[in-house]
Design a protein around this ligand. Structure first.
Ligand code: CA
Length: 374
């Protein structure tokens, strides 16, 4: 900038003043190249950001999403932006991610929106709700069905700009040491299950607990909890739940296609040049799909290993239990919508999209999968 000022000043002075000779060395340096160098200097301001996550460092799937975003952003910006990723507990606890980004102590975070239900009840829709949208469907609602606008509206008061950044696909109901044959078997059961799924469990007589992933094995092993859900075979195998639980129940009615979130402090975001904004959005979009692909590719062999090598008993929840969970889930969603204007606004958009997409998927994907598998 200082060079630019001297160039302009020098040219003006030279027209009027013989003393301009003193500025000649500067003026001769004022070529087009110089002007370009000045503007590229502006573009080349370096950004070194810190990203905190709700996952163990380098955790397969979930935890690799922010690592891959960081790598892509650094490559696409040719090193202009460098993001350092911290696992849960390294700089802030797993459930401190939202506050860290909101306050600006960290520029970025990676987590799941349903962890923040106490602060932002409507955020749960942007991870997923019981019997809700699958991975493809939640991507479509968010990116093309009006969801992203609502998501940014509900995080705006917290000074956070969210971007979808990964999806686990349909999860498993989880790990139990007793059979679930009716809702009676849920009564008094202390289970790790976040979000609206936890509210359903509670109404069915269970005791929902929200714990970060890194604490689940010990909690289950020591009896702090009786059962846990986590993600699916690929992730659950890495935590070793098969060593301490007998039954592995499906389907994951509570998390049909959980979307992960990249959180960005809004003040920092607003100050970024447009090309870096575009790079971050594009990197997150690529990783959003890449993580889903990873789960789809890895879950099958992990499930085989759990069943064939570790003798896990794979069980389907009885249909009547699933139907009861569904009734309760819909009651809770309707009640929650009546209690909170913003929850209602997001719920109406989500519900209407789910009705429409379900109608089409009944005659396309669902019908095809049924035909293929029977
Ligand atoms: Ca889960």
């Amino acid at each position: 900038m200082a060079g630019n000022v001297i160039c302009k000043l020098g040219k003006n002075v030279m027209k009027k003043n013989i003393y301009s000779v003193l500025l000649l060395p500067f003026i001769f340096a004022c070529t087009e190249d110089n002007q370009q160098n000045i503007s590229s200097f502006e573009e080349e301001k370096k950004y070194e950001w810190r990203l905190v996550t709700a996952w163990p460092k380098n955790y397969p799937g979930l935890g690799m999403a922010p690592e891959r975003i960081a790598n892509l952003v650094e490559e696409m910006s040719d090193g202009q932006m460098k993001i350092t990723v911290y696992g849960a507990g390294e700089q802030v606890p797993a459930f401190g991610v939202f506050d860290a980004v909101s306050s600006g102590s960290h520029q970025m975070g990676h987590s799941g929106g349903y962890f923040w239900k106490g602060k932002v009840p409507a955020a749960q829709f942007f991870t997923g709700v019981p019997f809700g949208l699958t991975a493809d469907e939640i991507n479509a609602w968010t990116n093309r069905g009006g969801g992203i606008k609502l998501w940014r509206e509900i995080y705006e008061p917290f000074n956070i700009y969210p971007i979808p950044a990964g999806n686990t696909g349909t999860q498993m109901f989880g790990w139990f040491n007793k059979e679930i044959n009716s809702l009676d078997d849920i009564k008094g059961l202390k289970m790790r299950i976040p979000g609206v799924g936890g509210e359903v469990l509670k109404r069915a007589g269970g005791i929902p607990v929200t714990l970060p992933g890194g604490e689940l094995f010990t909690a289950l092993q020591t009896g702090v909890i009786d059962a846990t859900e986590w993600v699916g075979p690929y992730n659950d195998l890495t935590f070793g739940f098969h060593q301490i639980a007998k039954y592995y129940y499906y389907p994951g009615w509570h998390e049909p296609g959980s979307m992960l979130e990249l959180l960005i402090n809004k003040d920092e975001w607003d100050q970024l040049p447009n090309h870096l904004k575009a790079i971050i959005e594009t990197a997150a979009k690529a990783v959003n799909q890449d993580i889903l692909d990873e789960y789809t590719a890895k879950n099958n062999s992990a499930l085989r290993e759990l069943v064939d090598t570790h003798n896990v008993e794979l069980r389907k929840l009885p249909d009547d239990v699933i139907n009861e969970f569904k009734l309760i889930a819909n009651q809770i969603l309707e009640e929650n919508a009546k209690k909170d204007e913003m929850v209602n606004k997001v719920y109406q958009s989500y519900k209407s999209f789910k009705q429409d997409v379900s109608e089409y998927h009944k005659v396309s994907e669902d019908a095809f999968v049924e035909a293929r598998n029977n």
